[in-house]
Design a protein around this ligand. Structure first.
Ligand code: ZN
Length: 352
């Protein structure tokens, strides 16, 4: 090979390298960037057109707390017809160890709303959509939100004794966990619903299988009925680590979860796991928190529960339930509910 050919080849190689790196810098991924430098969250970055199948390794979750790569991955998952995973990826931004910026939250909630639409459950994304619209700082994102198919408000079914409202139809029915027969004489009618209380099961649960959750539900029901003399499991809804919502006690019956009169008009939700800080504790999963937020949003919309009427068990009686890891999240979810804050102080209402 002559010198000139070599030189030409070297030049060509250098050009290729240059072209490659400059192409990388416009790619919506974390290449060509200095270590530790994070991609900037922007409309262009998150919604860049899909390039090819190799764009993202969809089975690898980006490391770190920076929202942009997680949101980009969520969007690509959605484009690849994997809406549930898109919801999970957005949850990492919404419920990660750091609170998301308004802009990051707007992107995450918009993607969630689109994903619920894609799954044929637009109602589940209604709250996300409203929040995304409120928080969005980007005009193009607001246009996208406005262009989504409008969601009809759910029909209210607030009367005690009526069947479970449509919004809760995604809860796994009782038959899915094979409960023992209830003792009807020990069950009181629910009456008007006006508050919600969140608990944990206080039992460490790592398994994400439906069988493990069902077994846990049977065991909780057994304890409530045999040890505490209840007519059924005490909670109305239970949420497992995979984010499945299970129907507990029927809503037409008053719960048995918050002691005495605290149960009046009070929907009991139990998140499976032990969320007390310390060696025996665990953090709630992103799926559990997403499901809890959705459930509380839907129940408060159905029954007009004000945000200062969403409690933790520890707001009502002297207990560690539902544990510090979960309590912070419940407080945040309540704070973010769209209902207006009433004049009553949240703590003050709970004291007594
Ligand atoms: Zn409790």
């Amino acid at each position: 090979m002559s010198m000139s050919v070599l030189r030409r080849n070297a030049l060509c190689f250098a050009f290729c390298l240059l072209a490659f790196f400059s192409a990388c810098s416009t790619m919506p991924r974390n290449t060509g960037r200095k270590l530790g430098e994070s991609p900037v969250l922007s409309f262009e970055y998150v919604f860049a057109p899909l390039r090819d199948d190799a764009e993202l390794d969809l089975d690898t979750t980006p490391r770190g707390n920076e929202p942009a790569p997680h949101l980009r991955r969520a969007w690509v998952l959605l484009q690849r017809k994997r809406p549930q995973e898109a919801i999970d990826a957005s949850a990492l931004v919404l419920y990660g160890s750091e609170a998301p910026s308004p802009s990051a939250e707007a992107f995450a909630r918009y993607i969630r709303a689109e994903a619920f639409n894609a799954m044929g459950q637009p109602q589940d994304g209604a709250y996300d959509r409203t929040r995304a619209r409120e928080l969005s700082l980007d005009e193009r994102l607001r246009h996208r939100i406005d262009d989504m198919t409008p969601v009809a408000r759910p029909k209210l079914a607030a009367n005690a004794g009526s069947p479970a409202p449509a919004r809760m139809s995604d809860a796994r029915p009782r038959t899915e966990w094979n409960p023992s027969a209830t003792i009807r004489s020990r069950l009181d009618p629910m009456g008007d619903i006006y508050r919600i209380t969140v608990h944990h099961s206080a039992i460490l649960l790592r398994s994400q299988t439906p069988a493990a959750a069902a077994s846990q539900l049977r065991s909780i029901q057994k304890t409530h009925m045999q040890t505490e003399g209840c007519g059924d499991i005490g909670y109305h809804f239970l949420i497992d680590p995979a984010g499945r919502v299970w129907q507990g006690r029927e809503l037409r019956f008053q719960g048995a979860h918050a002691r005495g009169d605290n149960n009046v008009g009070n929907i009991g939700i139990c998140v499976l796991g032990n969320f007390i800080r310390g060696r025996e504790g665990q953090r709630p999963t992103a799926e559990e928190l997403a499901a809890l937020e959705r459930l509380i949003a839907s129940l408060s919309a159905e029954f007009d529960v004000k945000r200062d009427q969403v409690f933790c068990h520890s707001d009502l009686v002297n207990t560690q339930c539902p544990g510090a890891y979960l309590k912070n999240e419940v407080d945040r979810i309540a704070r973010e509910l769209p209902s207006p804050r009433s004049a009553v102080n949240r703590r003050g209402a709970a004291a007594e």
